[in-house]
Design a protein around this ligand. Structure first.
Ligand code: ZN
Length: 116
């Protein structure tokens, strides 16, 4: 048990380098994830929303999203304290590491796209 919630420094976002499309890159797969939960029903209006959301995502992200959702998983999750918040596996990212769409790394344990 090493989980001590000592630091409460959430929201420490540096204002200058923040681009709006980055937040959209996080929000869009998340919206798609929640839509995927209702996938069996597929009402036409949700299907329309799903398609329009998909058009916002880069193709390589979309491919991974589809794979994960097909496996019944969420496609993206935040990385916190060098760990995947989806599977709790350790995920360390080197400073110069290549990131998918400029911001995601794929968890080597569960495959979830991680941001942060
Ligand atoms: Zn993981």
């Amino acid at each position: 048990m090493t989980k001590s919630s000592s630091s409460r420094q959430v929201g420490d976002v540096k204002g200058s380098g923040f681009q709006p499309d980055r937040s959209e890159l996080v929000r869009t797969p998340r919206d798609l994830d929640s839509l995927a939960l209702d996938y069996s029903k597929r009402p036409p209006e949700l299907e329309f929303l799903r398609i329009s959301l998909r058009q916002k995502l880069p193709p390589d992200i979309l491919v991974m999203h589809d794979k994960l959702v097909a496996g019944g998983k969420r496609s993206i999750a935040p990385r916190f304290a060098n760990a995947c918040t989806e599977c709790s596996g350790e995920v360390t990212v080197a400073g110069g590491a290549k990131r998918l769409a400029g911001m995601f790394v794929q968890c080597p344990h569960c495959g979830t796209l991680l941001y942060g």
